[in-house]
Design a binder for this molecule. Structure first.
Ligand SMILES: Nc1ncnc2c1ncn2[C@@H]1O[C@H](COP(=O)(O)OP(=O)(O)OP(=O)(O)O)[C@@H](O)[C@H]1O
Length: 280
């Protein structure tokens, strides 16, 4: 049995071996760099040889068969329904040698995960408010269009010239759509799926993710107390926050009465930014 599992995993790794730098995908996209891989896709930075633009090309993981292809098709269709300067623009969808590919605009810059964990950036409460308002500007647009992102985590937010962009719509759904299952996220801690309030795609899910997203930002500035003798404390005790922001995060996480939607939170946070003199 163990031999069979080892052979199966070897076969999957062989099928999912990424395209080499210099390869041309879809007779058009010259691979410059392999950007990384997710559960269902492999992503490359490419040059579109027709006009010289940089694009991100996401290939459905061959070892995941039809399921990965269908997920990529859905991601492509959602990107086609959205038109926002801070969301990757849909360019093209094609199939080559039984693999599906989604081509979208390439965003250079650092993910928030890289900024915090590799570059050691620290963010104070006012920075967090400023960044969350930028995020909400995009999220309220996505919600108004009738979609939810469902994967708002720090690796899926990119900063380019201090401007925030949201990537990876691989798990996004129409509001109200029934979710098949909550996949286990790889590579980064995420809240357990049991804390999700419902099995239908809804704005509350994104709001809860934003609450966790804000805590990651705020913890970048946290210095553990050297006299704490290993006692576990809640984020409310560990982080020094204004009462208003603490209450907002508690509403996002469902500890206090939740917001009716992203717009209500957006207006409340904007009012707090105004009172605190945070420049937008
Ligand atoms: N439009 C884009 N522009 C620039 N980089 C991108 C773009 N889309 C994805 N990437 C980068 O490509 C890499 C792989 O992304 P991808 O969405 O395939 O997987 P993931 O986010 O790591 O995992 P999962 O899809 O399971 O959440 C990541 O480093 C991501 O930052």
């Amino acid at each position: 049995m163990r031999l069979f599992a080892a052979l199966a995993s070897f076969a999957a790794a062989w099928r999912d071996y990424p395209a080499e730098v210099g390869a041309v995908l879809g007779k058009r996209y010259l691979v410059q760099e392999w950007l990384g891989e997710g559960s269902y896709g492999l992503t490359y930075k490419c040059i579109d040889q027709r006009d010289g633009t940089l694009v991100a090309v996401k290939q459905a993981r061959p070892s995941k068969g039809n399921e990965a292809g269908k997920m990529l098709e859905r991601e492509a269709s959602i990107l086609q329904s959205l038109d926002h300067a801070q969301i990757p623009a849909f360019h093209h969808f094609f199939t080559e040698r039984r693999s599906d590919y989604l081509v979208m605009s390439y965003l250079s810059g650092d993910t928030l995960e890289d900024l915090i964990f590799e570059k050691g950036r620290r963010y104070a409460e006012d920075d967090c408010i400023h960044m969350t308002l930028q995020l909400l500007d995009i999220v309220t647009y996505i919600h108004e269009k009738g979609f939810v992102h469902l994967d708002l985590r720090i690796p899926n937010v990119i900063f380019q010239d201090e401007r925030l962009y949201i990537i990876d719509f691989g798990l996004a759904r129409r509001v109200g759509e029934t979710l098949p299952h909550q996949p286990v996220r790889r590579g980064f801690p995420h809240k357990p799926s049991s804390s999700r309030p419902s099995k239908d795609a809804e704005e509350q899910s994104d709001l809860q993710d934003i609450g966790h997203w804000m805590l990651f930002i705020l913890y970048s500035n946290y210095e553990p107390d050297p006299n704490a003798n290993g006692e576990e404390r809640s984020w409310q005790d560990e982080l020094t926050l204004s009462d208003e922001l603490r209450a907002m995060i508690e509403r996002l996480l469902g500890i206090q009465a939740p917001y009716s939607g992203s717009l209500e939170f957006f207006y409340e946070l904007k009012a707090l930014a105004h009172r605190k003199g945070v420049t937008l």
